[in-house]
Design a protein around this ligand. Structure first.
Ligand SMILES: [Zn+2]
Ligand SMILES: [Zn+2]
Length: 307
């Protein structure tokens, strides 16, 4: 389960007719049950442990060929769990190109997380470029933010984690954050400047989707600082005059390519990173109703259906 699933869950009563709704779930991992006709059996085999890049495009345009099927230029991409049936079901049918090998060291839950939330953190770091040795601030310590904290630390950044929840900050420390900042207790921009000897953060990732966080993330940047925004819901606006002399860069990042998803999985496996610790709840499919009710509170970690 992913925070994005809640957008569709909450929209359940928006008048969309039942027949045009799709099965939710866009972070699938499991085993290959069967291969369709024409699938290259040399690459995939029945029983193989796999994860899914949950977008499907034409397969031939430049974006599709580079693994960015969600950005297909030929036709609107299928997004499994959104406009095509997803993985909150016993079986799921996807084109073979969406199916990626899951390293043996990784659990299905880890593979699922890498298929969206954790992969989104990875994609943001890829967008930012080299972060090793830099002060990097991560706003929001939900599953995407915690993943970013964990991955950026493993890539050599000194991470400052920001979140109003004390328990999430505690987990951020366990995932390697060098410092934590609670914006309910202190001014986050001042705190980040103090933690960076007045310079500000060389890089920032905004995962919360809150405008106040995005504004603070921009304010907290050092000269030549780079901000990557992945949290949905907020607006970033700035006065050019204020930021002109600071030479900042602001960018967005949309999940990850299938190539990046595989690279992220290999990275996590080789460094034995505790992606499984992102999960606070495991449910059976029969428990979908209470699972969604609990997840809708957004007070715990990630949840997964395991069967
Ligand atoms: Zn997701
Ligand atoms: Zn395409």
């Amino acid at each position: 389960m992913c925070g994005s699933d809640l957008h569709y869950y909450r929209a359940e009563n928006d008048g969309t007719p039942a027949e045009s709704r799709c099965i939710g779930g866009h972070e699938p991992a499991g085993v290959v049950e069967s291969l369709g006709p024409g699938v290259n059996g040399a690459r995939l085999s029945v029983g193989q442990r796999v994860m899914v890049h949950h977008y499907s495009g034409c397969g031939t345009c430049m974006n599709c060929r580079s693994g960015w099927t969600q950005m297909c230029t030929s036709a609107p991409a299928k997004v499994y769990g959104k406009n095509a049936h997803g993985a909150h079901a016993q079986y799921m049918a996807v084109p073979a190109a969406c199916v990626l090998p899951l390293p043996d060291e990784l659990s299905f839950c880890a593979g699922a997380a890498i298929g969206c939330g954790t992969g989104t953190g990875w994609g943001a770091l890829e967008r930012l470029g080299e972060v090793g040795g830099l002060d990097l601030v991560v706003f929001g310590q939900g599953p995407v933010g915690l993943s970013t904290t964990m991955l950026a630390t493993a890539r050599g950044a000194r991470v400052i984690a920001v979140d109003p929840s004390a328990s999430r900050l505690e987990q951020a420390s366990k995932f390697g954050a060098a410092d934590t900042v609670n914006p309910d207790s202190v001014d986050p921009v001042e705190a980040i400047r103090e933690l960076t000897a007045g310079a500000g953060a060389a890089a920032a990732v905004e995962t919360s989707g809150a405008t106040v966080a995005a504004t603070a993330a921009l304010d907290a940047l050092a000269n030549w600082g780079r901000l990557c925004a992945v949290g949905l819901g907020g607006t970033i606006a700035f006065d050019v005059r204020t930021f002109l002399s600071r030479q900042v860069t602001a960018m967005t990042s949309w999940s990850m390519s299938s190539v990046q998803q595989m690279a992220c999985a290999d990275f996590v496996a080789r460094r034995n990173l505790p992606v499984d610790d992102l999960f606070s709840h495991h449910w059976s499919l029969d428990e979908a109703v209470p699972a969604y009710e609990e997840f809708d509170k957004q007070s715990a970690g990630k949840a997964a259906f395991v069967f």
